[in-house]
Ligand binder design. Sequence first.
Ligand SMILES: C[S@@+](CC[C@H](N)C(=O)[O-])C[C@H]1O[C@@H](n2cnc3c(N)ncnc32)[C@H](O)[C@@H]1O
Length: 273
Amino acid sequence: MGESITLGEVQETLLIPLYGRALDARKRRSMLSDTKAAELVEAIDYDFAKFRGPSLSGSAMRASIFDGYVRSFLADHPDGTVVDLGCGLSTRFQRVDNGRVRWFDLDVPDTMELRKRFFDDGERYTMITGSIHETDWFDRVRERGAPVFLLSEAVLLYFPAEQVHATLARLASSFPSAGLAFDTGGRSMMNSQDRNPVFKALPARMQWTCDEPRSLEPLGLTLLESRTFGSPQADVARSWPVRFRFGMKAVRYLVPPVAGYRINLFETAAPAS
Ligand SMILES: C[S@@+](CC[C@H](N)C(=O)[O-])C[C@H]1O[C@@H](n2cnc3c(N)ncnc32)[C@H](O)[C@@H]1O
C-alpha cells in the first residue's frame, strides 16, 4: 500500500505534471530524466493511469522551458535566490542546482504536507508553507537581497483574472528588478478544457484567460521572452525527442489551444528612486 493523499481540487492537479515527468523519465530519450518523479508515482497510492493525452508530455516540455529560464538566471547570478511558487512535487531544485543557489519552494498546506513526506530542507534549500497570493513569506526571501528569480508553473491559471493581476502587481512592487516566469493560456485553451483528457479526470478548471502576455506590462512588468512549445530555447529543444522538436512547430499553427499557451519571462520594474 502506497502513501495515501488528500488534496484540494487545485492541489490535486500537481499529480498531472508529476505523472508526466515520471512517464518521461521512463523513456529511452528523456527530456528531464526526473527519476524522483517516477519513484514518487510508485510511492503514492493514486490512480495515475486515469491521466491520458498530450498534456502529459506537455508537462515535461513545459518544465524544461522553465528550467531553461532558471539556468539562464543562474548563469548570470550563480549565488542568486530562486523561489518556485506552487512547486507541487517538482524536483526543479535538484535538476538545476549549481551548488550555490539559495532556493525556496512554496506551496499551500496540504501540498506542503505531502511534499515534506518525500523532501527535506537543506543548507540552501527551504520549503515554505504559504500562498502565492499572500505576503507573509516575502521577508524570508528578501532577507538575502537581490538578485531574485520568482517562477510559478501551472498555478496562476487556476485563479480568477482580478486575483492574478493583484498578485502579479504585488510581486512586481515587492521584488523590484527580479526575474518572474509564469505561464499564460489563451481563450482557445480555456474553452477546450472539458475536452482535454487530463481534465476529464479531475474537477479543477483553469480560470484565467490571457491571450496577450504583453498586456500584463502595466502591472509593473517588462516582457523579456514568451515561448510556446513550438519555440523553446535552442539548448532546451536539443534535449527534446526529434518528434517533439519538429512536431511542435507544426502543432503551434494547427492547434489553437497549444498556440495560445505561453511560458513567459518577465522582469519586474526597478525600484523607485
Ligand atoms: C498544476 S500544479 C503545478 C505544480 C508544479 N508547479 C509543477 O509544475 O509540477 C498546481 C499547484 O498549485 C498549487 N497551489 C494551489 N493554490 C496555491 C496558492 N494559493 N499558492 C501557491 N500554490 C498554490 C497546488 O498546490 C499545486 O502544487
